[in-house]
Design a protein. Structure first.
Length: 201
């Protein structure tokens, strides 16, 4: 009987501890992704400052974490020196940009294909809607644009980029949607980096 009582107590403690542990892990992963997005955002601003205000680009809408110096349109390549990404001759994926939650949400998808972010390519401006990053798929004159073309009034409401997942309206119909998590990997609502420098859901 004493052994059974001990087993029951241990089982109850485990039943209470496991969800708490998972919740703490999820919060830790969300905090790590927030930090990663802030690092990318800070690097974007630093790169723009070094280019007379011009944003990195032209870029693909869905961004992967694989560094390949021979591939254009990748944010990680454009920002490598600012992100502290080592320049290697062979393509590789810096693990520091992945969280446990993202790994679990994209299980079965090769790390080099996983989309970390989706760039916001539709920003309202005085001149009408612009793609601030330019398009690697369909290069247009003038893109990427100068950071100053992003109106002050939309910098806190228009995300520069977001976490990529299949429920994202800019991802749902994209041909690369299958390389994303099925839903926001760090909880809903998904995280966004804004042009005012903040990371918010």
């Amino acid at each position: 009987m004493e052994i059974l009582v001990v087993i029951v107590i241990v089982a109850v403690i485990a039943a209470l501890a496991v969800p708490l542990s998972l919740s703490l892990l999820a919060r830790g992963d969300r905090a790590k992704m927030t930090s990663t997005m802030r690092t990318f955002g800070t690097s974007i601003f630093a790169a723009a400052a070094d280019r007379d205000g011009r944003l990195p680009g032209p870029l693909w809408p869905g961004q992967v974490a694989e560094y390949d110096r021979n591939r254009e349109g990748r944010l990680i390549v454009e920002l490598a020196s600012y992100l502290g990404v080592e320049d290697r001759p062979a393509p590789y994926v810096p693990e520091k940009f992945f969280t446990g939650s993202l790994r679990r949400a994209t299980r079965g998808i090769p790390a080099k294909n996983v989309r970390l972010f989706v760039m916001n390519m539709k920003i309202a401006s005085e001149a009408g809607q612009i793609n601030p990053w330019g398009s690697a798929a369909d290069p247009i004159p003038g893109g990427p644009f100068n950071l100053s073309t992003i109106p002050q009034e939309v910098r806190s409401t228009a995300p520069a980029f977001s976490e990529a997942d299949r429920m994202h309206p800019d991802v749902a119909s994209a041909p690369w949607a299958g390389s994303c998590a099925a839903s926001p990997p760090h909880g809903s609502p998904r995280l966004n980096f804004y042009f005012d420098g903040s990371v918010r859901p």
